[in-house]
Design a protein around this ligand. Structure first.
Ligand SMILES: NC(=O)CCC(=O)C(=O)O
Length: 261
């Protein structure tokens, strides 16, 4: 199955949801004009890491993100992986992914499971407890968010449930971009899956963010990697390549769960 994926590597206005919401339509429109099946956004693109102001700026029940993304998916007839947005539910804050099909129907939600203490998420956010599963043109897929990629056991669990494409929205700082590339390639190789990872660019008061959004094939090759400018780029993957890789080296069948589960 061929899937055309658009990586929306955006800069984020710190703590200014109105500015960020007004920006995303141009990315969706460009992705649709390039015939993408799905457009993917970075982590917490509505607010950035303005955590101490979440009471004022986090999206209550995700209602704005749901409304805007559903309308854009319908208008441009394109799937939207809405990266993640800062949400407020029952007086708690979450880092939440939404995925919509090309008719604007919400397919799935996912709350970031591993909170990143270095950027103070643990002080403000509540972690998620559930897996994420959906399909892109019939191919099983999953989402994790940024720091989650440092937990191979989590991505293995998701892959054992059938996922073949791993989506990774992120706000990953520039100094650790070499780790970003290595970790993403490792997760692709060990799970014999495509990895689609979208990082933001630009800066907030504490960090500069390094872009290098990428699509990696199940052998760990970077099919497309962006630089550190704000831009959208599109690439087509062929998921049948995965059957060859999985057939040649059956790492899932060769596991020894009697030793480590
Ligand atoms: N937003 C994040 O989760 C950042 C994770 C990160 O920078 C890392 O090194 O891990």
């Amino acid at each position: 199955m061929k899937i055309t994926i658009a990586l929306a590597q955006m800069d984020i206005s710190f703590g200014k949801p109105a500015e960020n919401f007004s920006k995303i339509e141009s990315f969706v429109a460009q992705a649709a004009s390039e015939h993408a099946d799905i457009v993917v956004f970075p982590e917490m693109w509505n607010t950035g890491y303005d955590l101490s102001r979440f009471d004022d700026i986090a999206d209550a029940n995700g209602s704005q993100a749901l409304h805007v993304c559903q309308a854009l998916a319908q208008k441009y007839h394109i799937m939207i992986h809405a990266g993640s947005v800062a949400t407020k539910r029952d007086q708690q804050f979450f880092n939440t992914t939404y995925v919509f099909n090309e008719d604007g129907e919400l397919l799935t939600t996912y709350d970031k499971v591993h909170l990143f203490g270095l950027m103070r998420e643990d002080e403000f956010l509540t972690p998620g407890n559930a897996q994420d599963h959906f399909e892109v043109k019939g191919t099983p897929a999953t989402s994790v968010i940024c720091y989650d990629i440092r937990f191979p056991e989590w991505l293995r669990t998701l892959s054992l449930s059938g996922s073949r494409i791993i989506f990774v929205p992120a706000e990953w700082p520039t100094p650790r971009i070499p780790q970003w590339r290595t970790l993403l390639a490792a997760r692709a190789i060990e799970n014999q899956s495509f990895v689609v990872a979208v990082n933001r660019v630009g800066a907030d008061p504490d960090n500069h963010f390094g872009g290098h959004s990428t699509v990696i094939d199940p052998l760990g090759n970077e099919v497309l990697t962006l630089g550190d400018d704000e831009e959208l780029k599109t690439v087509t993957i062929n998921t049948s390549a995965m059957d060859k890789v999985r057939g040649f080296m059956p790492v899932f069948a060769d596991r020894r769960p009697d030793l480590y589960e």
